[in-house]
Design a protein around this ligand. Structure first.
Ligand code: ATP
Length: 595
């Protein structure tokens, strides 16, 4: 396929606001691709060149992209910068500045992809110049629309709104026939196991839906993390689990999936599928000898701890370890961490996802040799509320935030990427008014005044609606921030600000600045209430009303391990509201016995 065709389709997609229409255009595009072109096109549509977990970043800085555009058309950099400032988008400027006398030479999708992949992998001295000249060369061959797309891609600012789910939907349209839902579920499962839409797309192109059955857990490819539901009381947890539950401590740290190869060589992945191998050298050093057999893929929580006492430390400490490239040695000393394992996804050639929890746990216990840096989650099988409460209290006393109850039923499999009642979390906050914290994403910001002048002082927060793929607002928050966090957020948000409200945001409020949803904050609040202003779960409980978080407050915890789409969902907000209503209006007391 010609790159110009892809550019035209992207332009069309960018102009469509209706999901179904966009899905149809994407399906047509995919149908027109050869099997070799599928994976590259899927990555590029999402602004990438490789799946997330490989960590191959294309996003070149603004300065490099300006240089490349200037070099391509032989213009002074200042001129390019000035025009980009005027248009608000370097991509548009790149297309506009292309001299009309320039002759475009046809570019193919594969050619562009391979060149961009090469650029993304360039490193070391002189790599910036090499990248600039490679991009300039591509631009020189491009027509105006291609130049626009290329520049945005290189900048990491594609903003087409093509998310994984839109692509999965498009595939379901192509391969589902009458059974769209069934096909979507199968495609989603394959994606959740491999975390690589490119691989899923290629399998589909070669063998249709049946080819997905061969998708399996693979060393080096992170499985999307299984998530937990919530319940209001431990009694309800036990009820859900038919009287018996395996309770585990809920450790407060960073979810990590460890892949340990046959010869050792571990790889670590975050819940967002980032490769964090380099960031935790002490965990990597301990992993190979922590198992009686290899290879294995295990799931756990990485927590800060005090090596002298063995006690857990507050979760905030571990955030200092994330994203670190330098001073690793010092960080290892300042913030010692250990990995507490609670699940196993692969052992040898045997995938474990479909084994029931009890069997997976037994296997994990058989394999792990606990040591200072690698441990097993504390766990107890409980059969009544008193037992459960005692275990919960012990978890809190030991520095955990609560417990995760796991079903010991036969059907209790590991569901990648799924939030279900096989796992139920129960936290300390549940005993307070609002049954849990909410992870909401910033969609807009308000300028600060007085002491906060020069920074943003409040933020418009939204939750996620995975069905509509939108971010409806939940509240405006300005409490709970210290100067350092406001400064940090202001700097961060300046990178993702946009001139108009992003298509995916639903809001009736108009902040001073709109931003692309990406920064997730943990909020506490007094309660959820019906609101005509906010859009979360709008029209679900009452016409023209959504749910709003009252008296919201930043807990101090930025959820860096969560992407915008991982924040609290509309469904969860509705359930939290229902839990709160249930608490407010207890079951009517039974009638007193007749005298
Ligand atoms: P929260 O904000 O409550 O931590 P979350 O949205 O991060 O929730 P959930 O799936 O709702 O994630 O809760 C489960 C999380 O708890 C897991 O993602 C994991 O990081 C953490 N966790 C800690 N200990 C355990 C455990 N023993 N079993 C499973 N998950 C655990």
């Amino acid at each position: 396929m010609r790159y110009s065709e892809l550019a035209e389709t992207c332009q069309r997609i960018g102009a469509i606001s209706k999901r179904l229409e966009a899905r149809a255009v994407l399906a047509d595009l995919i149908r027109a691709l050869s099997p070799e072109e599928i994976a590259p096109t899927l990555y590029m549509l999402q602004g990438q060149v490789r799946p997330d977990y490989e960590g191959v970043e294309l996003g070149a800085g603004e300065a490099l992209a300006v240089k490349a555009v200037a070099q391509a058309w032989g213009l002074p950099e200042e001129e390019v910068k000035r025009q980009a400032q005027a248009s608000g988008d370097l991509g548009t400027t790149a297309g506009d500045l292309r001299p009309s006398s320039a002759v475009s030479e046809p570019l193919s999708v594969l050619e562009v992809y391979e060149e961009l992949l090469r650029v993304a992998r360039m490193s070391g001295t002189g790599s910036q110049e090499q990248k600039t000249s490679a991009i300039a060369q591509l631009l020189r061959r491009a027509n105006p629309l291609e130049a626009q797309l290329l520049t945005r891609l290189v900048l990491g600012k594609l903003r087409l709104g093509v998310k994984e789910m839109s692509l999965i939907d498009a595939f379901a349209v192509i391969y589902g026939g009458e059974d769209f839902k069934g096909a979507k579920a199968r495609i989603e499962t394959a994606f959740n196991v491999t975390s690589d839409l490119g691989e899923v797309g290629v399998r589909l192109a070669r063998g249709g839906l049946p080819a997905l059955e061969e998708t399996t857990v693979t060393l080096g490819k992170p499985v999307r993390a299984m998530l937990a539901e919530r319940e209001a009381t431990l009694a309800k947890v036990l009820e859900r689990m038919e009287g018996t539950a395996a309770l585990e401590y809920k450790y407060d740290g960073l979810r990590l999936q460890a892949h340990v190869g046959p010869q050792g060589s571990p790889q670590l992945f975050s819940r967002r599928l980032e490769n964090l191998t380099e960031q935790f050298p002490e965990i990597c050093a301990a992993l190979p000898s922590a198992f009686r057999r290899r290879p294995v893929i295990v799931d756990g929580e990485c927590v800060p701890f005090d090596p002298d006492t063995g006690e857990l430390r507050p979760f905030q400490e571990i955030s200092r370890r994330r994203g670190r490239k330098y001073d690793l040695e010092k960080m290892m000393e300042d913030v010692p961490v250990k990995l507490v394992l609670f699940d196993i996804l692969l052992e040898g050639a045997r995938p474990c996802l479909t084994m029931p929890y009890a069997q997976r746990r037994a296997l994990l216990e058989e394999l792990v040799i606990p040591g200072e840096r690698i441990g097993l989650s504390n766990r107890e099988v409980v059969r009544d509320v008193t037992q459960a409460e005692t275990f919960f209290d012990r978890a809190l006393a030991d520095g955990c935030e609560g417990v995760v109850a796991k079903s010991v039923a036969e059907g209790s499999v590991y569901k990648p990427g799924g939030r279900g009642f096989w796992w139920i979390k129960y936290k300390r906050e549940y005993t307070q008014e609002l049954a849990d914290t909410v992870d909401a994403v910033i969609v807009g910001a308000f300028h600060g005044r007085g002491k906060r002048a020069g920074w943003f002082g409040a933020f418009l927060m939204a939750v996620y609606d995975p069905v509509e793929e939108t971010f409806p607002t939940l509240c405006k928050v300005g409490t709970g921030f210290d100067e350092a966090s406001l400064q940090e957020l202001t700097e961060l948000l300046h990178q993702s600000k946009v001139t108009v409200k992003p298509e995916c945001v639903e809001s009736s409020l108009e902040p001073d600045v709109w931003v692309e949803p990406s920064v997730v904050l943990e909020l506490t609040g007094a309660e959820l209430s019906l609101s005509p202003v906010h859009f979360a779960a709008r029209n679900r409980l009452r016409k023209d009303c959504g749910l709003a978080l009252r008296f919201p407050r930043f807990s101090g915890r930025r959820r860096t391990e969560k992407a915008a789409e991982d924040c609290t969902t509309v469904e969860e907000i509705v359930r939290l509201y229902e839990t709160q209503v249930r608490k407010e209006s207890p079951e009517p007391a039974p009638d007193p016995p007749a005298p």
